[in-house]
Design a protein around this ligand. Structure first.
Ligand SMILES: [Ca+2]
Length: 102
């Protein structure tokens, strides 16, 4: 009887680990981990705001540098070349204003 209970507990624990792993996957994706934050959250403060759009616009104007991870987060339209432009800033503002989902 003890063996049956042990096996059942092991199965329940293994299942709960799978459930926790799946839940964690929903919270943050591998891509977000690679980028060091959410797409659009250029300064990685946990919020997508006008400040992030301003950083992109300053980058486009040539008055601010962005790190490689900031470039990944700033590339809202995910163009293959990794270019960051005013279009990305506009999309960040749309998310910040709640006009489009993040
Ligand atoms: Ca931010």
């Amino acid at each position: 009887m003890k063996k049956v209970i042990s096996v059942l507990l092991a199965i329940i624990m293994a299942f709960s680990c799978v459930v926790v792993a799946c839940a964690a996957e929903d919270e943050i994706s591998w891509e977000e981990i690679k980028m060091g934050g959410k797409r659009g959250d250029v300064n990685a403060d946990g919020k997508i705001s006008a400040v992030d759009a301003l950083m992109v616009l300053k980058y486009v104007a040539g008055t601010q540098e962005l790190t490689a991870k900031q470039m990944l987060r700033a590339n809202m339209n995910q163009d293959a070349q990794g270019n960051v432009s005013a279009i990305d800033a506009r999309q960040i503002l749309q998310v910040a204003a709640g006009l489009t989902p993040s």
